[in-house]
Ligand binder design. Structure first.
Ligand SMILES: Cc1cc2nc3c(=O)[nH]c(=O)nc-3n(C[C@H](O)[C@H](O)[C@H](O)COP(=O)(O)OP(=O)(O)OC[C@H]3O[C@@H](n4cnc5c(N)ncnc54)[C@H](O)[C@@H]3O)c2cc1C
Length: 505
């Protein structure tokens, strides 16, 4: 049955009998767990947004012929990619956290073109299988988790060189009806809140790694899967019963380690097996989409800028010049992230399979800025907030009949401001820069979609130093053959100088 509202979505997660561990114990029903619930609410908001803002958060799919949630849509134009970014910013603003659906969306879009290219080389049938899978998830309106990152063990070794073969997900048995996989995926965003997980390789593979070249879709409640929930800073505040100390009571992100112990994938849900040389193409296209998806953090940045402006106002400093200047700086950094991401989407090109892929260089720049600017924005937020952001007594102290009034007397801001409002906004800043949602705003910004060095490698590959040296030498009057080889730089010229066509399929 098709899921429509956020509440339908929450209901769809109930009674699945997942094996989820949190604090060393099995969780009976994740949807009822106070630490897990805020992460489910964040995904539920992606359903409710699609109802409230249809143009922004839904799209007409030529695969299912339906108007589908944009998180399940295959980009049929550059405009679709631009609208993904706008929706991501809106979702960041609405939740102040990671809403967990970009990784699945980006995996599906990357697989659309890669499966077709594998089929063209090997006469396989992966693309049709993928289209059937997409049609099903669009029709039922499901959540897809993208599982790329393996635990990786010794990072200097390939999967097949590891002492323990399970440090990367791999096929342990090939059967008539499908394959069996074993291994683990680390840091998996929203996996317990998903309906399906797509496993994908995380590193470039060699001829010896064929069993690691596996891409397949697995139901979250498949037999043999264990989830071990990731702790987040200050997560137990969500279980304390109050609604001030958590900082953001309603919304949070979710990560877990997934352990696959002999998990079956039928052939019709397998989209790569053994074609090891396509692993790097998949990783590059997935990260191209995903690094631009990090414009979601500008939505969180908007919230943090707003919280900083509010606390300055509560403190009687809204007109102070250095505060205003800091808010300008925060905004400048935030919009710089957005600029690169959205430009990357506008500069998209159509792939052979018909899907549109955003500009890679600008996606790298977007994500690289994300590894840095949210830290600076957070520093400025803490500067504006003052020390109370980390020294404030608890909600229970404020509610204590003896010390509560004392705290309210001494923690007052400017005249007419409710002390509790001041406390709430300080807790929100703490939440986003040190607490639960700092996971999404800061460390996920650092490592999600690849650590900073991964972007620098991609930027280095595309920076065209040969061409740029030639430009400099020509203007400096250095004697060289001043003809620029048009063929050699044709992709670069197309990227930089041609107006993108942006036509629908
Ligand atoms: C909050 C969060 C959510 C995430 N969500 C998802 C998700 O939904 N799906 C998913 O698949 N992944 C997810 N990730 C994983 C993310 O992609 C990885 O964290 C990232 O790729 C870095 O891998 P790592 O954490 O294993 O760090 P490491 O690989 O251990 O990196 C640590 C440092 O070592 C360096 N390094 C690593 N290997 C090498 C090498 N061979 N040579 C030189 N330097 C090296 C890195 O550049 C980095 O500086 C998430 C991560 C976070 C933090």
């Amino acid at each position: 049955m098709e899921i429509k509202t956020g509440q339908d979505y929450i209901n769809s997660l109930k009674g699945r009998n997942l094996k989820v561990y949190l604090f060393g114990e099995l969780v009976e029903e994740p949807t009822e767990n106070p630490i897990i619930k805020p992460s489910i609410n964040a995904v539920a908001e992606t359903y409710d947004l699609a109802i409230r803002e249809e143009e922004l958060a839904t799209a007409q799919s030529s695969i299912s012929g339906k108007n589908v949630n944009r998180f399940l849509h295959i980009a049929e134009s550059a405009d679709d990619l631009v609208l993904q970014n706008k929706m991501q910013r809106k979702m960041g603003q609405n939740t102040g956290t990671c809403f967990q659906r970009c990784v699945g969306m980006d995996a599906l879009n990357a697989l659309h073109s890669v499966t077709m290219e594998i089929d063209q080389k090997y006469a396989t049938n992966y693309h049709n299988r993928l289209l059937n899978f997409i049609k099903m998830i669009q029709t039922e309106n499901l959540v897809i988790g993208g599982a790329m990152t393996d635990p990786k063990g010794d990072r200097s070794k390939t999967p097949s060189e590891q002492e323990d073969p399970d440090l990367f997900v791999h096929v342990t048995e090939k059967r008539e009806d499908g394959v069996i996989i074993t291994g683990s995926k680390a840091h998996q965003t929203g996996c317990i809140n998903s309906h399906w997980i797509i496993v994908m390789p995380t590193v470039r593979l060699t001829n010896n790694d064929k069993d690691y070249a596996i891409v397949g879709a697995i139901p979250v409640d498949a037999s043999g899967i264990t989830y071990i929930y990731g702790r987040q800073s200050c997560d137990t505040r969500s279980a304390e019963g109050g609604d001030i100390d958590p900082g953001n009571t309603k919304f949070a992100g979710q990560e877990a380690i997934i352990v696959f112990d002999n998990v079956f994938i039928p052939w019709d849900k397998i989209f790569m097996y053994g074609e090891y040389e396509f692993a790097s193409m998949l990783i590059e296209r997935f990260t191209c989409y995903h690094r631009r998806s990090y414009v979601c953090k500008t939505g969180l940045g908007d919230v943090l800028i707003g919280a900083s402006a509010a606390v300055a106002d509560y403190n009687g400093l809204s007109k102070t010049s250095h505060i205003k200047d800091k808010l300008v700086e925060m905004t400048h950094l935030n919009e710089s992230i957005y600029a690169a991401g959205i430009a990357s989407s506008y500069q998209a090109q159509k792939m052979k399979s018909g899907v549109w892929l955003n500009d890679d260089m600008l996606a790298q720049v977007c994500k690289h800025n994300v590894t840095r600017f949210p830290y600076e924005i957070s520093r400025l937020a803490q500067d504006i907030a003052g020390g109370l952001v980390v020294t404030m007594p608890s909600e229970k102290d404020f509610k204590n009949h003896e010390i509560g009034p004392i705290l309210k007397k001494y923690l007052v801001g400017r005249k007419g401001i409710n002390v509790e409002d001041r406390m709430r906004v300080l807790r929100l800043i703490e939440n986003m820069t040190l607490g639960r949602n700092a996971v999404g705003y800061l460390t996920e910004s650092m490592h999600g979609a690849g650590s900073p060095q991964a972007q620098r490698i991609q930027i280095a590959r595309q920076m065209q130093l040969g061409y740029k040296k030639k430009l400099a030498k020509i203007l400096a009057g250095i004697e060289i053959n001043d003809k620029i080889d048009e063929d050699k730089y044709s992709d670069y010229f197309k990227r930089v100088f041609k107006v993108p066509t942006n036509k629908k399929l």
